[in-house]
Design a protein around this ligand. Structure first.
Ligand code: IDP
Ligand code: MG
Length: 135
């Protein structure tokens, strides 16, 4: 079974879309095996988003991601990493197809509802980052 790290971002929580997004994940047949609500620190975001920390939009991402609670989840299933990326839709909000989570709900590329790991290797790193070394 493959695992991926999924995170419902602050706009998802604030807009009352948690149930809708979780329903799509479960309807697709993926299993949520751990889940917790938390408020992120700048420190953990610098680690989690190290690959974009030099971008001009990064300070805005930190402000947004610390603006309210997020929900972290471990999601398991066949091909869970790619499968979740397909359910989520494209990063750039104007490219996210209708029927995907981002295509249906994102209001900008920054405020794009959901995070999902981009590889099996990063999934395991992110699961341990947010759920601890024994997860
Ligand atoms: P991903 O979330 O689809 O994996 P990444 O490239 O890893 O996309 O970027 C992480 C997050 O940074 C995105 O989900 C989005 O919120 C934000 N982001 C990425 N590119 C841009 C941009 O060009 N403008 C504003 N925010 C961006
Ligand atoms: Mg990414």
């Amino acid at each position: 079974m493959e695992r991926t790290y999924i995170m419902l971002k602050p706009d998802c929580v604030k807009r009352g879309l948690m149930g809708e997004v979780i329903k799509r994940i479960e309807d697709k047949g993926f299993k949520i095996t751990n889940m917790k609500m938390m408020t992120l620190t700048e420190e953990i975001l610098n680690e989690h988003y190290a690959h974009i920390s030099d971008m001009p939009f990064f300070p805005g991402i930190v402000e947004y991601m610390t603006s309210g609670p997020v929900v972290g989840m471990i999601v398991e299933g066949d091909n869970a990493v790619l499968g979740m990326r397909i359910l989520m839709g494209a990063t750039k909000y104007e490219d996210a197809a209708a029927g995907t989570i981002r295509g249906d709900f994102a209001t900008s590329t920054g405020n794009n509802i959901i995070h999902g790991s981009d590889s099996v290797e990063n999934g395991e790193i992110e699961i341990k980052r947010f759920f601890g070394p024994d997860a």
